[in-house]
Every structure is written in structure tokens, then in C-alpha cells.
Design a protein around this ligand. Structure first.
Ligand SMILES: CC(=O)SCCNC(=O)CCNC(=O)[C@H](O)C(C)(C)COP(=O)(O)OP(=O)(O)OC[C@H]1O[C@@H](n2cnc3c(N)ncnc32)[C@H](O)[C@@H]1OP(=O)(O)O
Ligand SMILES: O=C([O-])CC(=O)C(=O)O
Length: 371
């Protein structure tokens, strides 16, 4: 038995949710390039769960159900006041709050298919409420209730700021949500599937997934990109900064990918949004710095930007706190996690690989007084 480090190249499950073939990403057969331009996030959520696009009636229904369920039990709001919320990373807050949601859900332990769909819907709705309530409470503000008539992206921004967002912000948020919704067997989705393959519940699966997404080698990279841009500070400083990182063999966050070696198809959409939004918001230097990093690092190392690189400046130009970037990724990826969890339940088998043992040879136990 020989281990493959990081399970590279191992095909660990069959899935109908999304595919990456020759650097083309599809959700249930639809090219991400087309979905990014044309689809609403709600359509994508429906698509990932039901493996087909909704008709007009079904779309109206899922929109309404999501907006209606974007409320939190008072116990979740109260628990945010139990710890020093302004010192806690919002991904840690999200991980705990999403786990707590299960404690308030009467169907949490009901394993029937219909109940699992209902829970997926509640999770998708409430994750937006958790992230926005966390953000407001740590600023000393009250959470804002969603509006039934708003779309998912609109409600997210509305619950975050307390003001109805402008059209360009809604468009950008919708596109970002569509682009991040699923990505085959990425680390957090795999984590979710491993968890529920023991026939554990959906809340356990998504809580485990949030923990995996939090790390800077995965979803946490988008926040790190912004930290890097702030450190660099000016277009003139890009080359010396990146060069010194290369010389010190340090990673450039937002670059590289386990599966895409010729570029992440989502990056171009985020790059264009970053260009438009930074210009509109009077901060074009963030886009210029990003492009210079991209050009310099790509030329030096041949490693291309991933989804996290340009998403950072998109969210920054929308005025979003930097440590909320990864929680927003989780808001979108909830759709993919729940779709994969539902798929795992449908055709389940325990996921239990083997380890290649590289420890000491067989030896005898020595009593403590003789050691
Ligand atoms: C949503 C997402 O999860 S997208 C990924 C988000 N993560 C990041 O942006 C963090 C930065 N990137 C990385 O750490 C990696 O590219 C990963 C984790 C995404 C992929 O990792 P792996 O598939 O294991 O690639 P691996 O780390 O083996 O990289 C291969 C080589 O490229 C180098 N490399 C890969 N990414 C980077 C990077 N961002 N900066 C510098 N060097 C890099 C590695 O150091 C390695 O070099 P070596 O062969 O000289 O040792
Ligand atoms: O697929 C991966 O390894 C990481 C990624 O891009 C994602 O989760 O969107």
C-alpha cells in the first residue's frame, strides 16, 4: 500500500453535481461561464439540489422560501453575546452558529430525504443571516430582518448594511455567489461527504465543511489576498514584494490550484468585476496592484490565479470587512455542500481509506518502571 500525498489524482466519489474536465467547470452540465453571466444564485441552488433548472414557478417558490427562512432563532442571536465577538474570527463564529442551528431544528435527526431537503433549504437561508448578524452584532448593531421581495444576493447585502444595495453591488454579489457555489470534490466538500457517509446528520456535515473551508490553503485564501494587498500598499511595491516572497519560497495567496494547472475558469469573471467595481468606487489601485501581481508571478513561476485572488478586491470594493470574505464563500458553498450531502445519502457507503504505515516495526511493550 502506497499513499498518494494529499490524495492527488485519486477519484474518491461519483457525482452528478459538478465537473472539472479540461479546465472547464460545469454545474450539472451547464458551463460556469454561461451561468456566471445569466443565472441567479437561486437558480443555481435549485440546479445543484434537483439536477435541473427550475421553471418560473419553481424559481419563484425557492426564492420566496429562501427569503422567508433567512431568520435566526433568538438563541443564536443571544449566543453571539456570550463570547468576545469582536475578537473571534467570523469563520469560527459561523462554524459554531451553524452547528447551533441544528440544536434549534426539530428535524435535525430526521434522516428522510424530504426532511434533508427541508434542512438544506433552511441552512442555505440561515447561513446568510448568521454571517450578517455576526457582522452587525460585533459592531454594536442589531441584526436586520430580510425582505421577502428581495433576491438572495440583495437580501445578503441588505442584512449586512441595513440599506438596500445598488444594482451593481447586487449583480456582483449574485455573480460571486454563482461562481463559488460548487467545485467538485474540493477539501471542504470532501469533508462534508466523509462526515455524512457515517450517516451523521446534515448539520454535522456542513459544520465539518466550514472548518475545512476556513484554512488559508482553501477558502481562507481570499482574506489572505487582501492582507497581502494591504501589505504591498502600492503598484510600485508589487515587484520587490513578490520577488522577495519567491526568494523566500513563500506562497502567494490566491494562486495555484490542485486541479487547474492552466488557470481557474472562474478567475476571469472575478477579474472583470474587480476592474469595474474598483474603478467605480474610486480605488483602481487595488485592481492595478492585483493585475501586476498576476502578471509578475505568472511570468516568474507559471502559477495562475485561482477563484480567491480577484474575489478579494470585488468584496473590498463593495465595502465588505476583509474577514467576512471567507464566510461569504461559505454562504455560497452551502449550496454545493448540501447538494453533495444529499447525493451522498442517496447512494451511501462509508468513506474509509487506508493509511500506509511508516512508523516503527513491531516491538514489545516495556513496563513504565523499565523505560
Ligand atoms: C477555493 C480554493 O480553495 S482555491 C485555492 C486557495 N488557496 C490558495 O490560494 C493558497 C495558495 N495556493 C496553494 O497553497 C496551492 O497552490 C494549493 C494548496 C491551492 C494547491 O496545492 P497543491 O496542489 O498541493 O500544489 P503544490 O503545493 O504541490 O504546488 C506545486 C508547486 O507549486 C508551488 N506553488 C503552488 N501554489 C503556490 C503559490 N500560491 N505560491 C507559491 N508557490 C506555489 C508549490 O510551492 C510547489 O512548488 P515545488 O514543486 O517547488 O515544491
Ligand atoms: O477545488 C478546490 O480544490 C478548491 C476550489 O477551487 C474550490 O473549492 O472552489
Amino acid at each position: 500500500m502506497t499513499a498518494t500525498k494529499g490524495l492527488e489524482g485519486i477519484v474518491a466519489a461519483q457525482s452528478q453535481v459538478s465537473s472539472i474536465i479540461d479546465s472547464t467547470l460545469t454545474y450539472v452540465g451547464y458551463d460556469i461561464d454561461e451561468l456566471a453571466e445569466k443565472a441567479s444564485f437561486e437558480e443555481v441552488v435549485y440546479l445543484l439540489w434537483h439536477k435541473r433548472l427550475p421553471n418560473a414557478e419553481e424559481l419563484a417558490e425557492i426564492k420566496e422560501q429562501l427569503a422567508e427562512n433567512m431568520t435566526l432563532p433568538q438563541g443564536i442571536i443571544d449566543h453571539f453575546k456570550l463570547y468576545p465577538i469582536d475578537q473571534v474570527h467570523p469563520m469560527a463564529g459561523l462554524r459554531t452558529a451553524v452547528s447551533m442551528l441544528g440544536l434549534f431544528d426539530e428535524e435535525a435527526e430526521v434522516m428522510e430525504e424530504a426532511a434533508n431537503y427541508r434542512k438544506a433549504l433552511r441552512l442555505q437561508a440561515k447561513v446568510a443571516a448568521v454571517v450578517t448578524a455576526f457582522s452587525r452584532i460585533r459592531k454594536g448593531l442589531e441584526p436586520v430582518a430580510p425582505k421577502k421581495e428581495l433576491s438572495y444576493a440583495e437580501n445578503f447585502l441588505y442584512m449586512l448594511d441595513g440599506e438596500e444595495p445598488e444594482a451593481i453591488a447586487i449583480e456582483a454579489m449574485n455573480k460571486a455567489l454563482v461562481l463559488h457555489a460548487d467545485h467538485e470534490l474540493n477539501a471542504s466538500t470532501f469533508t462534508a461527504r466523509v462526515c455524512v457517509a457515517t450517516l451523521s446528520d446534515i448539520y454535522s456535515g456542513v459544520t465539518a465543511a466550514i472548518g475545512a473551508l476556513k484554512g488559508p490553503l482553501h477558502g481562507g485564501a481570499n482574506e489572505q489576498v487582501m492582507i497581502m494587498l494591504e501589505e504591498i500598499g502600492s503598484v510600485d511595491n508589487v515587484e520587490p514584494y513578490i520577488q522577495s516572497k519567491i526568494e523566500n519560497k513563500e506562497k502567494i495567496m490566491g494562486f495555484g490550484h490542485r486541479v487547474y494547472r492552466n488557470g481557474d475558469p472562474r478567475a476571469k469573471h472575478l477579474k472583470e468585476m474587480s476592474r469595474q467595481l474598483t474603478e467605480l468606487k474610486g480605488m483602481p489601485e487595488y485592481y492595478e496592484m492585483s493585475v501586476k501581481i498576476d502578471d509578475y508571478f505568472t511570468k516568474a513561476k507559471g502559477i495562475l490565479p485561482n477563484v480567491d485572488f480577484y474575489s478579494a478586491t470585488v468584496y473590498h470594493s463593495l465595502g465588505i470587512d476583509h474577514d467576512l470574505f471567507t464566510p461569504i464563500f461559505a454562504v455560497s458553498r452551502m449550496a454545493g455542500w448540501t447538494a453533495h450531502i444529499l447525493e451522498q445519502y442517496e447512494n451511501n457507503r462509508l468513506i474509509r481509506p487506508r493509511a500506509e504505515y511508516v512508523g516503527p516495526d513491531l516491538r514489545k511493550y516495556v513496563p513504565v518502571e523499565e523505560r
